[in-house]
Design a protein around this ligand. Structure first.
Ligand SMILES: NC(=O)c1ccc[n+]([C@@H]2O[C@H](COP(=O)([O-])OP(=O)(O)OC[C@H]3O[C@@H](n4cnc5c(N)ncnc54)[C@H](O)[C@@H]3O)[C@@H](O)[C@H]2O)c1
Length: 330
């Protein structure tokens, strides 16, 4: 299979490329990435001299460039992982989120349609559903839950999902969508909660926690997400959406405390800061459909993988220093 992956120099995209080369060594990978602040080609460096992978620096909103790449490469599958992905940045500057996440998706869909790509898979997020109340613990989002995005980021992802569903129906295109909960693991840009807190704790800097730290997220180790994307893009039913969740609900405060304990740091480093506007209270995702139809289950436990992830950031200091160069993220 020849698979074109956008956003392959980012957190999930790079983990997905490593996963595919490990599990399907005969696949050919075309990685397309604009190398924004969140993309880092160093992450893929050990792979770039392999014959089975090639890299194009291109923006998914650049219709001519995307058309040319798809025309020349003729991938069997396109997986759209590229996105502007940070909620706080979307509150500051929503425009770029609409350009990349919505218009970029349209450019990719048009190219997939024009060159009869066998499968287009859209990597989406549970944030399209909005949030659940903290106290109603039995509630979880199924694929039929209404779309109620809270942030410009989530609204742009929901819009892209709707575009994918409309293209699938109108043009009879072979499209699938997966909506995943919060991921953690290696190669995540240090503006996101887990790497940011690890790096601050290593520097004995304050760990800013929104509100009272009681917001709940459902954490999934990134390789479990990669396995889900792989299954859905190869075996998922056309026109369908699959939720991907870790059954791992933790408050932000629990996550931060776990990091401090693992690094032997004091809880006094925690600093409660004014809440994010529109901050979602609780996300919990029901992935029964993916489990029963395609046989996916998460393999990794949070207790073990969070320790592995913390150690990874301790060991790969050069990687995150390089990412932070010139950034005000931490
Ligand atoms: N991180 C999570 O917890 C999570 C959870 C569920 C879903 N997702 C979804 O997974 C996808 C990837 O998330 P991530 O955390 O890896 O993001 P990321 O910010 O780490 O990486 C995004 C990548 O896309 C590239 N990119 C950005 N704009 C581009 C453009 N216009 N053209 C080409 N490349 C561009 C960046 O250079 C970067 O390499 C996103 O669609 C996100 O919505 C993420």
């Amino acid at each position: 299979m020849k698979i074109l992956i956008t956003g392959g120099a980012g957190f999930i995209g790079s983990n997905f490329i490593y996963y595919l080369l490990k599990t399907h060594p005969s696949d050919e990978i075309i990685c397309v990435d604009a190398l924004t602040y969140a993309g880092n080609l160093h992450t893929l460096q050990p792979l770039l001299d392999k014959k089975s992978i090639c890299f194009y620096k291109a923006n998914i909103t650049d219709r001519e460039a995307i058309d040319r790449i798809v025309k020349n490469e003729r991938p069997h599958i396109i997986v759209n992982v590229a996105a502007e992905s940070h909620v706080d940045r979307s509150i500051e500057n929503p425009g770029i989120f609409l350009e990349t996440n919505v218009l970029g998706t349209q450019v990719l869909l048009d190219a997939a349609r024009k060159y009869d790509v066998e499968r287009y898979h859209q990597v989406s997020t549970d944030e399209v559903y909005g949030d659940l109340p903290l106290e109603k613990l039995a509630l979880a989002f199924t694929e039929n839950a209404p779309l109620r995005p809270s942030s410009p980021y989530a609204a742009s992802k929901a819009s892209a999902d709707l575009l994918c569903l409309a293209y699938s129906r109108t043009y009879q295109m072979p499209i699938t969508i997966s909506r995943c909960s919060n991921n953690y693991g290696p190669y995540q840009f240090p503006e996101k909660l887990i790497p940011r807190m690890i790096i601050n704790a290593l520097h004995n800097k304050k760990l800013p926690v929104y509100g009272a730290g009681s917001n709940v997220r459902d954490w999934l180790y990134v390789e479990d997400h990669c396995a889900a994307i792989d299954l859905v893009m190869r075996k998922g039913t056309i026109g369908e959406i699959y939720n991907v969740g870790g059954h791992n609900e933790k408050t932000n405060l629990e996550v931060v405390s776990t990091i401090l304990k693992a690094l032997n740091k004091d809880e006094s480093l925690i600093e409660f800061v004014a809440d994010r506007p529109g901050h979602d209270l609780r996300y919990v995702i029901d992935s029964t459909k993916l489990e029963t139809e395609l046989g996916w289950t998460p393999k990794f436990s949070f207790a073990e993988r969070i320790q592995y992830t913390i150690q990874w950031y301790v060991e790969y200091e050069e990687w995150w220093r390089n990412m932070l160069n010139g950034s005000d993220a931490v």
